[in-house]
Ligand binder design. Sequence first.
Ligand SMILES: [Zn+2]
Length: 204
Amino acid sequence: MLKKISNNIWKLGLDSNLYLLDFDQKIIIDTGDRIKSSVLKLLLPKLIALDKVEKVIFTHLHYDHIGNADLFPNAEFFASKQEIKDFKENPEFTVLDAEIIARMKFLDEKLKPMVNMNGLQTINTPGHTRGSICLWYEKDKVLFTGDTYFGGNIETGVNLCVGRTDLPTSISEEMKKSLEKVKKIQEQNKNLKLCPGHDYCGAD
Ligand SMILES: [Zn+2]
């Protein structure tokens, strides 16, 4: 279930996908579904001690991407400003600890490389939720899309599934523009590796 994506990036399937970025800082993107916590506790420590994770970045705050956040006691948590606002207004069905919500930090650095995160860049991609983001790691041409894409092959378009936009904080009218942003990156970067939020569509 652990899969190597590049030299210093790994993927762990937890109903939604968790990604570990073994950069200068140890970064996790999304923390999977709570029901998969035993899988996380069993497999992720093969790569990193959980208390050594320094940053957790959420592509968005749906329950199946934020379960297990409490397993990273020393991490700082990030999501987009819009996502945190929407989440605080309606935390129904949440599996995120109130203490973690309180110390969540905004991440709205549109396409700006993040200092100390090996140049990881944030792209605001509203659609699946109003505050959804993608993360772009140019050096290895890895694009983390959260649920902007559920899965599939972005190069060939085979089985490529766009995330649903009929959920409470979805904004379907923005999805087209967000996909165009992602498409542009893909066109400029051959052999881009898509790291979607799920693998619903026969990905990889
Ligand atoms: Zn979602």
